[in-house]
Design a protein around this ligand. Sequence first.
Ligand SMILES: OC[C@H]1NNC[C@@H](O)[C@@H]1O
Ligand SMILES: [Ca+2]
Length: 448
Amino acid sequence: MTRSLRFPDGFLWGAATAAYQIEGSPLADGAGPSIWERFAHTPGLMADGDTGDIACDHYRRHAEDVRLMQALGLTSYRFSIAWSRVLPEGTGRVNAKGLDFYARLVDDLLEHGITPNVTLFHWDLPAALDDRGGWLNRDSADWFAEYAQVMFRALDDRVPLWTTLNEPWVVVDGGYLRGTIAPGHRNLYEAPRVTHNLLRASGAAVAAYRAEGRHRIGVVFNLEPKYPASTRQEDRDATRRAHAYMNTQFTDPVLRGVYPEALAALYGAAWPDFPAADLECIRQPVDFVGINYYTRQVVRDDPTQPPLRAAGVPQRQRTHTETGWEVYEQGLIDTLLWFRDRYGTVPVYLTENGAAFYDPPQAAGPVVEDPLRVDYLERHLKTLRRAIDAGVDVRGYYAWSLLDNLEWSLGFAKRFGLYHVDFSTQRRTPKRSALRYAQIIASHGAAL
Ligand SMILES: OC[C@H]1NNC[C@@H](O)[C@@H]1O
Ligand SMILES: [Ca+2]
């Protein structure tokens, strides 16, 4: 009997984006600046001097972009709210024009039969809140809950899927330890405190939602499975540290109410003594979890790289993307089975999956040929179906990304889009992967 070729009834076929990466017009209509406005305009921090000043000009071209979604047959679209469009100072005064942009976008999606999946925080913290300490300030949980409540009251009648944070690990590791993304800090003492306040903020928003929300709310983690480079104990220990730092540092507090004990040893003196009551807030039950999967990491012991003392081992024999990530779809099912076995039956959406490949410049033809991205998409969707067949409750898939966009400090050169964007003309052109995805959606997976 052939394996079930179709995906479950009601499975959502989506694509994902984030505000600062696509919208442009960062200060239009009363919007306040975010920390990305500052970071991107700080010389030397962004590849090629790229910024989100225009990006995909989505703030003005949103109607055209919704039509592009419909052309693919998408049944869902995941996007984020720019917090400082709605609350220019982060708290207090609401900017009606900012809120109205998102209300119109949601209405347009619904009119096209596309289910909105709304991320409240996708890294673009209002600059005014960073001036008050940002995620280092324990008050950040209250700021975020206030903002979340504004959004729930404005849009919960039309938005069935909410998520609080996108990828807290990236904010901690990139924004506060390595300094590669906004706000560009490099401070080991700050990292665990930011983890903790991000998770407290997420819990506070979920608690606020429970008081008046009518639909479902979750949180989005990027999960990257870690594999030991050898059977040596040192490599196995390094792999465990890397897994705790990147994965269970976030999933365990939210889904089990405790931090992995490896973190205290890893952070050492930098590990704070968190009040137990905080974990009660953090472990607010969520309705689902979004998992963003891109690649795996093979890990070896590396004493020269404290505090993690772990290094990635390049898998040169395999295809890699333009961001240096190994194409490794087996890691997707390994991660989903691990997640199900550790946390039980909490529903999952694959809220991001995709690849940046060098799409060769094409004559202005109707389709951009991107064979490597087509291959990546097929491999991961086939693997996702295997995980579903193995009993993992996956409710939807979101390709990262609908459009080529600003890949944060890597700039526009890293192209993840199903649609190619010519940033000098704003012309959108479907890639072969977009047409293949449309075919898969139309057959509800059978065409895989
Ligand atoms: O690196 C690709 C994507 N990963 N997750 C978060 C998104 O904002 C990134 O563009
Ligand atoms: Ca450029």
